[in-house]
Design a protein around this ligand. Sequence first.
Ligand code: CP
Length: 296
Amino acid sequence: MSHQVLDSNFSLNFVEELFSKTDSFLNGDKSYNFQGKLVASVFFEPSTRTRTSFEIASKRIGCDFVHLNVDSSTSLSKGESDQDTVLNLVSMKPDLLILRHSNFKSLTSALDRISCPIISAGDGKLEHPTQALLDAYTIRHFKKDFKGLRVLLVGDVKNSRVANSNRILLQNLGAEITICCPDIFKPDSKEWENIPHINKLNESIGEFDVIMKLRLQKERLGEERESVSDLRAFVLNSKHFEWAQSEAVFMHPGPKIDGEDFLPEVLSDSRIKILKQVEFGVYLRSALMSLLLEQS
Ligand code: CP
């Protein structure tokens, strides 16, 4: 595997190895100990889940963890560039770097100079590889097999890095992706051209094994800003849960916005597995960091 986990083009062998190691951690394997290894993380965008998940995951395998939150307490407020911030952090010799940024491409010359493994914790609207991995792991836990599995992505697909990473990974694993959103929230890149699109959330939800709701990415809107109200028809309510399969799995990468993603009336439905995604994410990130640290 590459020492840079910046996108979701993983080989099937790698995914199998990673999921097997994640299973071990989930089943209580404590044999991995990376005492003396240092994981550094720097997030140029807000986060609750990913940041804490990486911190807990690295501590669970014995690593030390240092986090730099980009806010007014850092020297970025004095004019230091994002590139210099990253380069200074890695000069302190972490064994692994976790990075979230709005535009990895703008950091290319810095990233090319970094010798430790880097894991993307989110790259603008393009990629969120570890979210896709933990989503796939969650789906495998509940559905066992990806072949022919029908997955529906609902909401602001256009601006979602989670949607993009899930499309790449889940299709490679054999799942069939469909998107459900207003026309203006359909991604316009060529990679999405052949993905089936439904522009109404109706009884057809019953045809899908997995339904993944995506929040409106308010911080990334373009021309679709004028059409945000169109998404009101894509909020999951009790009718959708009636139409859905009894064994359907409802997911959301978070943050879930109450009233915009799910109506309160459905939130106690046992088919919603959002907190399982978060729980599994810690084991999966421990497994991913173990693999990278073993190789470095
Ligand atoms: N899923 C996810 O990336 O959530 P955070 O933005 O809270 O990390």
